[in-house]
Design a protein around this ligand. Structure first.
Ligand SMILES: Cc1cc2nc3c(=O)[nH]c(=O)nc-3n(C[C@H](O)[C@H](O)[C@H](O)COP(=O)(O)OP(=O)(O)OC[C@H]3O[C@@H](n4cnc5c(N)ncnc54)[C@H](O)[C@@H]3O)c2cc1C
Ligand code: SF4
Length: 528
């Protein structure tokens, strides 16, 4: 077992959140090593093919999945440098002020220890850093004003325009979606060519993945990226007060130790608590920073009610990006569907490009189609199909959790088990959003409309290392610093106490920037 020379900071995970920490700390002059369990992907590796795209999907030991609504991996995990954010869709909505005070305002869920105004300046900064296209002024019908986005909105296409009529009839206002994609050339990266291959990684760098944004800055400032380095434990000092190193397995599956003054865990919401639980010692018998007993608890997911519309006209559904053309917060009030027994926010997106291969994804909602009928449907759908999606929020509950099991992966690390069930209010919200979606779709003038109703999906895993005020009510503070181990920081959606309804990455980047800047500022008192 080799021991590497001590560095200032080791960051576990080279995805969305880890890359921000790497950039900020490397630029602050720190010696940074970023470890990732997968390959060191380059933009030039990316090929616009669904078969090739399987290479960047999650790998390694699986999570065991239990509960009424077991978690899926789609829309959340990745493998290799860039993480899930290498092949995400780059919808960049933000949380709204009503997301931060759930317990105070509604007597349920959890409060964040910070409010929207603490995060807002970082949303503005991230937009400049990575490049966001959109119309900030238009969004300000729903949120406090901020800075304009650095690029104008993306082009729109017939498959997005089709929803405007329906939404208007149903009283839903749509505005140009904020996306992390270049509508024009930005910082030397080209404008998008609207070929809709974002879900397997954008080969030209028009989409703001970590490789072309924060991680590129980190590398330029001297950060080392160490691929095929699977971290299994954070090692701590004898008194338990400090993190001292990480234990990992290298490309040859040999155990290694990397000492560091600061450890940042940015390996995604499911892996971070798994590593922390596996790092238990006599000083931290229930896993690191777990006095509250909340490590691995309060997992949340988004779910989406998708509504399909089939037109006779040629909508060119393959045009655009996989992100939305339009979005709406008109159903964002937590009680918007109270009359149907539902609670929680809804966030609507419309106009994502649909590749022909994606039509397979509607199969669960059209079980009646076989043989010649199915072939005829596919032919029509290739030209006339479009979909509206309503993302929604579930409340954090302690029973939705990740734990270790007695089964082990190839490195002898216990597998994680994720237990997850939606409660009745979430199910009611899922159903209410289908009713609304069908109402909107009918008003578009489509030839045929139907709800894509299959098993309730779990999209975007959040929670598990939630932030709060004290070690008694949470795992980290609002910067992601573990309450009980000052030089251990956690990054990513795991620190969200509540999920809101919008896609999480804009908030992940904003919170990571806030955390990383605080860490750089407090370095002298934090580093071990
Ligand atoms: C298909 C798809 C579409 C999406 N679309 C959107 C969208 O439109 N908008 C949005 O906001 N979000 C979207 N997301 C979600 C978004 O990508 C994630 O929320 C975000 O990337 C999470 O950031 P993270 O830093 O926590 O994890 P990641 O970006 O996944 O990074 C984690 C990294 O840790 C590494 N890792 C894991 N375990 C270990 C270990 N033990 N040792 C070392 N390294 C490890 C992984 O290889 C990975 O590189 C999408 C995701 C997918 C998959
Ligand atoms: S649609 Fe735009 S962002 Fe998506 S892969 Fe193509 S060029 Fe890249």
């Amino acid at each position: 077992m080799a021991t590497h020379e001590k560095v200032d900071v080791v960051i576990v995970g080279a995805g969305a959140s880890g890359s921000v920490y790497a950039a900020v700390l490397a630029k602050a002059g720190k010696k940074v090593v970023v470890m990732d369990n997968g390959p060191d992907w380059q933009t030039s590796d990316l090929i616009s093919s669904d078969i090739w795209g399987r290479r960047i999907k999650p790998a390694g030991g699986p999570f065991l999945l239990e509960g009424k609504n077991p978690f899926g991996y789609v829309y959340q995990a990745g493998w290799g440098v860039g993480g899930a954010a290498l092949h995400y869709f780059a919808n960049f909505p933000r949380l709204l002020p009503n997301d931060f005070k759930m317990r105070s305002e509604h007597g349920r869920g959890l409060d964040w220890p910070i409010s929207y105004s603490d995060v807002a300046p970082y949303y503005d900064q991230v937009a400049q850093d990575v490049g966001v296209s959109g119309d900030a002024k238009a969004e300000e019908i729903w949120r406090p004003s901020g800075k304009p986005y650095p690029m104008p909105p993306m082009q729109t296409f017939r498959n997005g325009e089709a929803w405007r009529k329906g939404c208007e009839a149903a009283g839903i206002r749509l505005v140009p979606a904020a996306v992390g994609v270049n509508s024009i050339e930005y910082k030397g990266r080209p404008a998008c060519i609207y070929d809709g291959w974002c879900h397997v990684g954008c080969p030209i760098g028009a989409l703001s993945n970590p490789l072309v944004t924060y991680l590129a800055e980190a590398r330029q400032a001297g950060a080392e990226v160490r691929p095929f380095a699977t971290v299994t434990r954070v090692l701590t000092s004898a008194d338990g007060a400090k993190a001292t190193a990480v234990e990992y397995y290298d490309a040859n599956k040999q155990k290694q130790v990397q000492e560091a003054s600061v450890v940042v865990l940015a390996a995604w919401s499911a892996q971070n608590p798994r590593i922390m639980l596996n790092s238990a010692t006599d000083k931290h018998p229930n896993g690191l920073a777990n006095t509250s007993g909340f490590l691995g608890k309060y997992l949340t997911a988004h779910f989406a009610s998708g509504t399909s519309a089939l037109f006779d006209e040629d909508l060119q559904p393959y045009m655009g990006t996989i992100a939305a053309q339009y979005f709406s917060y008109d159903l964002y009030d937590k009680n918007a569907h109270k009359d149907k027994g539902a609670f929680g926010s809804t966030f609507i997106v419309a106009g994502a490009a649909q590749r022909y291969s994606a039509l397979g994804g509607v199969a669960n909602s059209r079980l009646n189609l076989f043989g010649a009928e199915l072939a005829a449907f596919m032919k029509r759908a290739a030209r006339g199909y479009t979909r509206l999606n309503a993302f929604a929020e579930e409340m954090p509950v302690i029973d939705n959790r990740i734990e270790l099991t007695s089964d082990k992966d190839e490195f002898g690390m216990p597998l994680g088990k994720i237990t997850h069930s939606f409660n009745d209010e979430a199910v009611a919200l899922f159903n209410a959003n289908f009713d609304k979606g069908v109402e909107i779709a009918k008003a578009t003038g489509a030839n045929e409309v139907w709800p894509n109703k299959g098993p309730m999906p779990t999209i975007h895993l959040m929670g598990g290392t939630i932030m709060g005020k004290t070690a008694g009510d949470s795992v980290t503070n609002s910067f992601g610093q573990a309450h009980e181990i000052g030089n251990l920081w956690i990054a990513g959606p795991g620190i969200f106490p509540t999920s809101g309804a919008p896609n999480p990455t804009y908030t992940i980047l904003a919170l990571s920037l806030r955390g990383a800047q605080q860490l750089a500022k407090d370095w002298g008192s934090v580093a071990g």
